[in-house]
Ligand binder design. Structure first.
Ligand SMILES: [Zn+2]
Length: 305
């Protein structure tokens, strides 16, 4: 064999040896790790349409061919505990627990919502009641604190508490203690992909679309209760951690998907839609299914149940 021909053969052989690897490396590059269901803003109350709707949403999840590994409940389980008396709050939680107990088959991770907090807007003074404020939700969920984290398949989930008391209402932000905890969580989990859960969106366009009207001078109307007021501070922290891949929220009852500085922010509609009166603006009652991939990407599918 001539030297030239020999070299050609060698290169053909090595190309053939390399090609199958390349071919198998391509599809192997992005691999689905697991799926979760994100349900939010159920706002259960003693009303046929609400009870039937919550059941139907959970039954819809049970019927999925590929079962999610777990459910994240994005908060606002009950219609409202902020301004409800003790008896009415208990009735709502009992109903929530009854339907979850009967219909849900999956593990649930809970995120606190504003309407899950008892008594902040109640005229009667219940501050000395051991269930006042966030204590009722803590008793419900069995958690020691309103924010926490957990790891699932090399993904670290950080669940935040967006809701802080503010002049008889609430404001969306992380208090200093929680912010320091978050910094520490991010510093201690640099090897894992990170997904952040908050009831109120940190970054979202939905929050601006919520109000029907603009301000008289044409400015957008954007309540401190609809978007994290410390979004810029959180964004600066997130910039130091490129392993943060996604942030999932509820609260607005609308849906969007915002890609900002390499992080996907998803606002995930509501199980209750327009608080059980059908669709809210352009969005029917729905929950989200999230696929988490080994390359750090996340894909969402909204399910109108
Ligand atoms: Zn809410």
């Amino acid at each position: 064999m001539q030297r030239r021909k020999f070299l050609q053969n060698i290169s053909l052989v090595s190309a053939a040896a390399v090609l199958p690897d390349l071919a198998s490396a391509e599809p192997g590059k992005k691999k689905k790790h697991f799926t979760i269901a994100f349900i939010s803003d159920i706002h259960i109350k003693a009303l046929d349409v609400a009870e039937a709707g919550m059941k139907r949403a959970l039954q819809n999840i049970n019927q999925l061919t590929q079962q999610p590994d777990f459910i994240i409940n994005g908060g606002d389980c009950v219609m409202d505990a902020l301004a409800a008396d003790k008896e009415k709050t208990k009735t709502q939680w009992d109903l929530f627990n009854k339907i979850m107990g009967a219909e849900n088959k999956l593990p649930v991770k809970n995120c606190i919502g504003n309407h899950d907090i008892w008594g902040w807007q109640l005229k009667e003074d219940v501050k000395s009641d051991p269930l006042y404020g966030k204590a009722w939700w803590l008793q419900q969920t069995g958690y020691a604190r309103t924010y926490y984290s957990f790891t699932h398949n090399n993904w670290h989930f950080i669940v935040l508490d967006s809701v802080q008391e503010n002049n008889g209402g609430y404001i969306a932000l992380l208090d200093n203690e929680q912010f320091s905890w978050l910094e520490n969580e991010l510093n201690s989990n640099t090897e894992k992909n990170i997904s952040i859960i908050s009831h109120i969106p940190i970054i979202s366009f939905c929050s601006a679309m919520f109000a029907k009207d603009m301000m008289p001078n044409g400015d957008w109307k954007l309540s401190r209760a609809l978007l994290h007021t410390d979004a810029k501070k959180i964004k600066d922290l997130f910039k130091k951690h490129p392993n943060i891949k996604s942030c999932l929220s509820g609260h607005i009852h609308l849906q969007d998907e915002v890609n900002y500085l390499g992080i996907k922010y998803y606002c995930n509609g509501a199980i209750s839609g327009n608080w059980w009166g059908g669709p809210f603006q352009d969005f029917a009652p729905a929950y989200a299914l999230f696929d988490f991939y080994n390359d750090g990407s996340v894909e969402r599918k909204m399910i109108e149940y």
